[in-house]
Design a protein around this ligand. Structure first.
Ligand code: GCW
Length: 668
């Protein structure tokens, strides 16, 4: 009884040969038909319809309805577009796989869905040499050396997995982009991928290097206002669209971490983005311009993106969207939301989440990230008064921008199970589900994923190797327990054992895995050297970003600005992000800051130990290979949690000069 995780959440059992019909034929509809022919077990015939009425038009060509006709003799999945029919198909199969289609439900289906964002996009940080920046699941899926001649079957499986959760776009190369991606040789390869992805509604985008005109085209400059440069881009766009007529557009990292950009020529981000936007406009292409501008010598890095981009509000073309990381620094276990989400009324902005666990224990630690992304999406920016959540700022409901999008940096590689940690698949899944519908709860997403991933797909019971018989219902209940006790608590546990109370960026230089608040590596970037982020000294700890310090709090709207600015009203889980706090400061628990810090680190360790216990209890219900894999990784996580706690507490204790409370475990 073994599974290797390669089937992801798509472990459908064979169907019961009901009649599946579609009047219209097309590659996309053929996929929908065959998915249902292969896996639909409901017994009732299913009809797929692409039609145009008012209701369906309102749902858009990706939205759909699923309805049982009167008398219960037929289910119809309808959409104004083929893509919607395919998404409706996967919706129906998901209900089936998660046990939500008992007879009564089957008889009365009346579902109507439309996606919250127009573009739901993965960003792969895959290099052309096959390595992946911050990738922890093997090498790149894209076998550039074999393409365009050899087409790996995994490309289609990848497209299908994305379609099954509503992801409709993908940037296949690293934002630290090689100019070579735009060479004709590579574009021929990209075209093959685009052809495989197309029937699944998955559109290709590319990251570009801003100095491509010089680096690849041999021009003497890449100045965005130079005529020859503009012409070079025009020719390039023509070439791309002749190969890939539905090409999505460009993602750009400019003037950040040494990447070239318009500022090299005295131009603004807007001038750079607009030049590319104008070039792509005739083909309906778009530009996603990243706001991650990082210069390590800044006095407060957290303020930089806002300072550079806020003055540019209204200066971008309407086919440009500014892509903002959830936090103002860099994908830390917990950050406040980036104030830039609350700064632009006339510019379309989109969130960039990180699915790959660069700062959350790579593929060794179990950390379900839906709670983190929801925390960001649900945050109120107060941009237009109360209720201006990031979800509403970005999904088009607050401002009628024609372009809405949400992106996630992928955690996918060529490992057999795609993502390294079996539970890392849950984050790919959760990103897709939230991008489709940001009001879904983390609990629901976790439950859906667990059931599809671990429930036995056939029969009402399983016979364990130990000779026991276990009912599926019991497994179902155990998985719900796993959801509430492990998945839902896992991100907070990482925060606790790595950097609680608003601490951030005390990672080891280079690899970003373990602790190094003491970093003393001479060639590290200046901001990595202590005390930059933690500011620990004999008085206290934390970065004063209040009005008495860097005044980053001033980048937030009232009343949040005042709330964050005051040490007594700032949420404690962000306290040390915004304030330098005395070691003896009294926390809400009544403990001093130092004691609270000790408790938080210790709690993180104990949480992981509890995850181990809960997981061990799953042994009878989970196939052997995946059970063992997770068990082994939890061992690493538990050891790492102790390492983090001991290292950080012993380091900070030099400054606090106070004992670790006796009731807590001693550092070894
Ligand atoms: O998180 C940091 C990473 C870099 C990454 C950069 C970015 C792709 O450490 O590896 O580069 O952010 O987002 O551009």
């Amino acid at each position: 009884w073994a599974e290797d995780g390669s089937a992801l959440w798509l472990r459908y059992a064979s169907g019961a040969k009901a009649e599946i019909t579609s009047k219209k034929q097309s590659p996309t509809l053929r996929i929908a038909v065959s998915e249902l022919q292969n896996f639909w077990q409901g017994g009732i015939p299913v009809t797929l319809e692409v039609r145009n009425n008012k209701e369906l038009r309102a749902l858009g060509n990706e939205g759909y309805t699923i309805q049982t006709s009167k008398g219960g003799s037929q289910i119809t999945i309808a959409s104004s577009g083929e893509q919607g029919v395919l998404y409706g198909t996967y919706h129906l199969l998901r209900l089936q796989a998660t046990g939500q289609l008992p007879e009564s439900a089957l008889q009365s289906l009346d579902i109507s869905e439309r996606p919250d964002y127009r573009i739901r996009i993965l960003n792969h940080w895959d290099n052309l040499d096959g390595t992946i920046e911050r990738g922890y699941a093997g090498h790149s899926l894209w076998k550039w050396d074999e393409l365009p001649s050899v087409v790996s079957p995994r490309y289609e499986v990848y497209a299908r997995a994305n379609a099954s959760i509503g992801i409709n776009a993908t940037v296949i190369n690293n934002v630290n982009a090689s100019p070579k991606i735009l060479s004709n040789d590579y574009l021929q390869k990209v075209k093959v991928l685009a052809d495989v992805f197309r029937p699944y509604g998955l559109k290709i985008y590319l990251s570009i290097n801003f100095s491509s005109p010089a680096a690849l085209g041999g021009l003497s400059t890449s100045d965005p206002l130079n005529k020859e440069v503009i012409n070079w881009w025009k020719q390039k766009a023509k070439e791309i669209y002749s190969l890939i007529p539905d090409f999505g557009g460009f993602l750009v990292k400019a003037n950040s971490e040494g990447q070239p950009g318009p500022c090299d020529y005295g131009r603004t981000h807007a001038e750079g983005a607009n030049m590319l936007a104008d070039v792509l406009r005739p083909y309906h292409g778009i530009v996603m311009w990243r706001a991650f501008v990082y210069s390590p010598t800044d006095s407060d890095r957290a303020k930089q993106a806002y300072l550079e981009f806020e003055p540019l509000d209204g200066k971008f073309r309407d086919n440009v969207i500014v892509q903002i990381k959830n936090g103002p620094i860099d994908f830390q276990p917990r950050e406040p939301f980036s104030p830039l989400f609350g700064a632009m009324k006339k510019t379309a902005v989109m969130p960039e989440f990180q699915i790959t666990q660069e700062y959350l224990g790579f593929s060794n630690h179990l950390a379900f990230l839906a709670p983190m992304w929801k925390e960001c999406l649900d945050s109120d920016t107060y941009l237009q008064g109360k209720g201006s959540t990031i979800a509403r700022v970005t999904d088009g409901s607050l401002f009628p921008h024609p372009l809405t999008a949400i992106s996630g940096v992928a955690n996918i590689g060529d490992d057999t199970n795609w993502c390294g940690h079996p539970f890392a698949q849950a984050n790919w899944y959760a990103f897709g589900r939230l991008a489709w519908k940001h009001s879904l709860s983390s609990e629901q997403i976790g439950n859906e994923w667990l059931k599809q991933t671990f429930l036995p797909v056939t029969g009402a019971q399983i016979d364990t190797p130990a000779g026991e018989v276990i009912q599926k219902e019991q497994i179902d209940a155990e998985l719900s327990f796993l959801n509430s006790q492990v998945l839902q608590k896992s991100r907070e546990a990482v925060v606790d054992y790595m950097m609680p109370l608003g601490l951030h960026h005390i990672f080891a230089w280079g690899h970003h895995y373990g602790p190094e608040p003491w970093c003393d590596i001479p060639d590290a970037r200046p901001d990595w050297l202590p005390p930059y982020y933690h500011r620990a000294d004999n008085m206290g700890i934390g970065f004063d970003r209040s009005s008495t310090g860097s005044n980053a709090t001033g980048q937030y709207h009232s009343p949040l600005c005042e709330q964050l600015d005051n040490v007594n009203t700032c949420p404690e889980n962000l306290l040390l992000w915004f304030h330098h706090v005395p070691w003896n400061h009294q926390m809400k628990s009544g403990r001093t800051l130092w004691t609270e810090l000790c408790y938080a680190y210790d709690r993180g360790v104990n949480e992981v130990r509890n995850f181990q216990k809960v997981w061990d209890r799953m042994e009878p219900y989970i196939d052997f290979e995946r059970f063992r894999d997770v068990q082994h990784r939890l061992k690493i996580q538990a050891r790492d949690a102790v390492w983090w706690r001991d290292a950080c507490l012993l380091y900070f204790q030099q400054f606090s000069r106070q004992p670790i409370p006796y009731e807590l475990e001693r550092p070894i």
